[in-house]
Design a protein around this ligand. Structure first.
Ligand code: DC
Length: 220
């Protein structure tokens, strides 16, 4: 069986960075499921597809929705490739995050994306980053990590990330939006954000990425 390591947790807990470091070190495949949802939101927007006409366009979406990820360079976001284009910076904006958070609460969308996520399991292994990787999508995964950190620390990290992309954001707005999204992700009916019973929970508030990876390796 191809091994899968799931890394779940709220925005800014360090999932992307840690998933990237592990994928590069192990030379495993990477699934950034948040970016997959973001890409679907972007693709729907580009093609004027809404929840109302989603079913009518499902065949079109299925045929065209082929996303791949490149772990890229440490410190840079995992790269999102769609229709031969690098759309990393298009989908990793706060505006797309907001749209995506609403879409991701919809069972129709989650069902659509489920098989797309499982296609990423290829040898020698997969690092799966998201919210429900360990609880739903890769329920049988042997290794499950749940990363968490204080909301303030997570907003700070997000701000640094956005600054690096040349985007200016107000810290207070960022924190408010992050808490709103957390609430939505945690309280939604379908696949809410929660640690799997058999996951290892790591609080990354006072840890640097190397420290987190060290903890994970000890566990593995
Ligand atoms: O990790 P992210 O910020 O790129 O995720 C974008 C949105 O997608 C976020 O609101 C949570 C949602 N999401 C989800 O519901 N399930 C996943 N497995 C991954 C992300």
């Amino acid at each position: 069986m191809i091994p899968v390591i799931t890394i779940d947790g709220p925005s800014g807990a360090g999932k992307g960075t840690i998933a990237q470091m592990l994928a590069i070190e192990l030379n495993w495949n990477i699934l950034d499921s948040g970016a997959l949802y973001r890409t679907l939101a972007y693709f729907m927007k580009e093609n004027s597809i809404s929840l109302e006409n989603f079913k009518d366009n499902q065949d079109f979406l299925k045929a065209r929705f082929k996303v791949s990820f490149d772990p890229g360079t440490p410190g840079e976001p995992v790269r999102v490739i769609f229709e031969k284009q690098d759309i990393t910076h298009i989908v990793r904006t706060e505006e797309m995050a907001k749209i995506t958070s609403n879409l991701a609460a919809e069972p129709l969308i989650r069902e659509f994306i489920k098989p797309c996520q499982r296609e990423f399991v290829t040898a020698p292994g997969l690092i799966a980053d998201g919210r429900d990787m360990g609880t739903v999508i890769f329920h049988d995964a042997k290794h499950k990590i749940f990363l968490t950190a204080s909301a303030k620390e997570r907003a700070k990290r997000r701000q640094t990330q956005l600054k690096r992309q040349g985007l200016k954001v107000n810290m207070r707005t960022l924190l408010k939006e992050l808490e709103e999204r957390d609430k939505k992700d945690i309280e939604r009916e379908h696949s809410p954000l929660a640690p799997a019973d058999d996951s290892v929970i790591i609080d990354t508030t006072n840890l640097n990425p190397k420290g987190v990876v060290k903890k994970i390796k000890t566990y593995l």
